[in-house]
Write a protein that binds this ligand. Structure first.
Ligand SMILES: Cc1ncc(C[n+]2csc(CCOP(=O)(O)OP(=O)(O)O)c2C)c(N)n1
Ligand code: SF4
Length: 297
């Protein structure tokens, strides 16, 4: 999370609630080391502080919220990151985080992010700015499909994260392109007509440099995947993460069983997968290389 975005203007400092001041003064946010270039919060810090600053209004137990919190922890440099989102459940939590958030019209995320990233490169030639689209499966694969595909073909240097709950959750349970064939939903009583769109396959065909699919079953892996995707987008090309973020309301998953469902779906059809282009692999090998230990150490 970004301390710089949390810090109140001096005039407000003494009227803000004590909880807020405590977060700024004692929260484990980035920039505490002084160099400001690295995320210092780790997955193991989760639950010990508020990654999402205000109370979010998403449903209790929603796996999408857990995943969104992990994305913020995985960001390599939240102080210089901008998130682009749109209508859909995810924005309810995304808008509560201390990282700038642009809320576009439904479906235009990848067009907005393309322009934003290009503009940032011109405006801040000496400072890498990371742009991350976080949007639902409907927002990306249905109404935002054209913008999504063209940003992939153009190798725009930002990251797209699909919050794939396999339904239009925010509007009450219509089928999306990512819903599985035959699935009956509250507002799809005859069952999904076509197959689940092979978005990973499309990303591969479009030449996306880093592609990953995962479920939020392994927090450290989610954070690492997000970090890798953002790093690749910074230097090499586009990156795409597709995350299973179940909708317990529309799929009637009892709240205590949300993680059990995530493990089951992961095993059945949503296993962790990474597809990395040779250029992205070479870059990741370089940035993830551990410094060699000296013999005397
Ligand atoms: C142009 C436009 N069309 C339709 C809507 C209504 N709308 C709001 S959220 C949503 C569906 C969201 O589904 P998804 O993108 O899969 O996200 P989820 O809520 O499931 O996370 C729709 C159709 C809108 N806001 N704008
Ligand atoms: S409707 Fe579904 S996706 Fe939306 S907040 Fe509720 S459980 Fe999460």
């Amino acid at each position: 999370m970004s301390l710089e975005n949390l810090r109140p203007t001096p005039a407000f400092a003494d009227v803000l609630p004590i909880e807020y001041r405590d977060l700024v003064e004692h929260g484990p946010y980035t920039n505490r080391t002084g160099d400001g270039s690295k995320q210092t919060v780790k997955v193991t810090d989760m639950g010990k502080f508020k990654e999402v600053i205000e109370e979010h209004p998403m449903c209790a137990g929603c796996a999408m919220t857990l995943f969104i919190r992990l994305v913020y922890i995985g960001m390599p440099n939240p102080e210089h990151t901008i998130v682009v989102g749109t209508a859909g459940c995810g924005r309810l939590a995304i808008s509560q985080a201390s990282v700038p958030f642009i809320y576009g019209n439904y479906g235009d995320t990848n067009a907005v992010a393309s322009g934003l990233k290009r503009g940032l490169e011109v405006r801040f030639p000496n400072q890498k700015k990371d742009v991350v689209v976080k949007a639902g499966d409907g927002g990306l694969i249905d109404i935002g499909f054209q913008g999504l595909m063209h940003s992939w073909f153009r190798k725009e240097k930002f990251t797209t994260i699909m919050l794939d709950n396999e339904v239009y959750g925010n509007t009450g349970g219509q089928e999306s392109g990512m819903t599985n064939h035959g699935k009956v939903l509250k507002m799809a009583p005859r069952g999904k007509f076509g197959d689940k769109v092979d978005a990973l396959g499309l990303a591969k065909v479009a030449g996306v440099d880093y592609i990953a699919r995962l479920a939020p079953t392994n927090p450290a892996r989610v954070a690492r995947t997000v970090r890798r995707a953002i790093m690749v987008a910074r230097e090499v090309g586009h990156s795409y993460i597709q995350a299973y973020t179940s909708c317990n309301i529309e799929y009637s998953i009892p709240t205590p069983d949300v993680m059990k469902d995530a493990f089951e779906i992961e095993k059945e059809r949503y296993g962790f997968e990474e597809i990395i282009s040779p250029a992205a692999k070479a870059y990741l090998d370089e940035v993830e290389k551990k410094p060699k230990k000296k013999k005397s150490d």
